[in-house]
Design a protein around this ligand. Structure first.
Ligand code: G3I
Length: 320
């Protein structure tokens, strides 16, 4: 495996319908992350009835093209099916549902998915987020989820994934405290995902990223950049200025990952500016990714390749 995998979030609908999307993906990335196709509602649309069709198609595409797969995600407060959230299940029933979901999904992909976002976005600031899981199970849902995932695939790396943990402050401190506490209790957590959707709040802070990665390393925890995208709409200057600034940000974060010693994946939340979740969220187009609307590599692409691999061409040195 190359020392740092370059990943992209991938949507089955685009993969299935767009040959340029497929070509760009397989030629430039070594890690595939399902953007939506392995979320709870996608995999278990009816209770106990699992639909692995899209997830399997993504895994098959990845493996046919020498790419690794990262699973996203097992437990999240969003993208949940109505049968679950409207089902009026009690505490013990929800535990049983979650256990069955994790065991079924992780066993299904055992050996084919190298890592999982086990618990996604569990924090709101320094406190556990008020989600369906917290309300029905209580805070122990986090330890339970990691334990069940590890039992189902002892070789998969298991992550807690969140946003805002690329800043120094109370949220990172709380995530760090939880992760180290879980470790002390022998709960099998391997690392922390730093999402990094840049452009919503504070500017990118590569110094904070370095500091936080280093703190995790000292605690024996791994880290991955899991959902990076960099909005340019509000950056100053001409389009070329914006693209250059975007490349600088991408390059600095990739350099932080490269130098951290505990960062083994650098993932962008999408592939092309043609298809980004931000269009729906922002209500206007932006250009947050490494490839433009026409699948041409942007300055940010070359900055990332240079930072991660020391050249503009990354090679995948081993296949899954
Ligand atoms: O597939 C249906 C389609 O059939 C339907 O016609 C359409 C109508 O709205 O919805 C489509 O589903 C949407 C799906 O994206 C695929 O495009 C959902 O409504 C929409 O909620 C969903 O949004 C995703 C969001 O997570 C919620 O799951 C985004 O694509 C995805 O980028 C986003 O990803 C999250 C990470 O999982 C966690 N971190 C934050 C990140 C960004 O919000």
């Amino acid at each position: 495996m190359p020392s740092i995998l370059l990943g992209a979030a991938v949507d089955y609908n685009y993969l299935n319908s767009d040959s340029t999307y497929r070509e760009t993906l397989k030629s430039n990335f070594s890690l595939l992350v399902p953007e939506n196709d392995m979320k709870f509602a996608a995999l278990e649309p009816a209770q106990g009835a699992f639909d692995f069709a899209s997830g399997d198609a993504l895994v098959n595409f990845a493996h046919s093209n020498g790419m690794w797969v990262r699973g996203h995600n097992l437990v999240w407060g969003e993208h949940l099916p109505d049968w679950l959230t409207q089902g009026k299940f009690n505490h013990d029933q929800v535990i049983a549902i979650l256990k069955n979901h994790i065991e079924t999904v992780v066993r299904h992909y055992r050996g084919n998915v190298i890592s999982w976002d086990v618990v996604n976005e569990p924090f709101n600031g320094a406190h556990l987020r008020d989600t369906f899981w917290l309300r029905t199970i209580g805070p122990d849902y986090i330890a339970m989820a990691f334990t069940w995932a590890h039992e189902a695939d002892p070789n998969a790396k298991l992550y807690l994934n969140d946003f805002g943990d690329d800043e120094i402050g109370p949220k990172f401190n709380a995530i760090y405290a939880l992760a180290t506490s879980l470790r002390q209790q022998h709960v099998p957590i391997d690392g922390i995902g730093m999402e990094m959707h840049i452009g919503f709040g504070a500017p990118a802070n590569p110094h904070a990223v370095k500091v936080n990665m280093s703190r995790l390393k000292s605690a024996g925890l791994e880290v991955e950049v899991t959902e990076l995208d960099v909005q340019i709409h509000n950056l100053p200057g001409s389009l070329q200025d914006k693209l250059n600034e975007q490349a600088a940000i991408y390059g600095e974060i990739a350099t932080a990952c490269r130098n951290a010693g505990n960062c083994d994946a650098f993932i962008t939340w999408g592939l092309t500016d043609r298809h980004t979740w931000l269009t729906a969220i922002l209500g206007h187009p932006d250009e947050p990714l490494l490839f433009d609307q026409n699948y041409h590599p942007k300055p940010a692409y070359f900055a990332v390749k240079a930072a991660l691999y020391g050249s503009s061409t990354a090679t995948v040195t081993a296949t899954p």
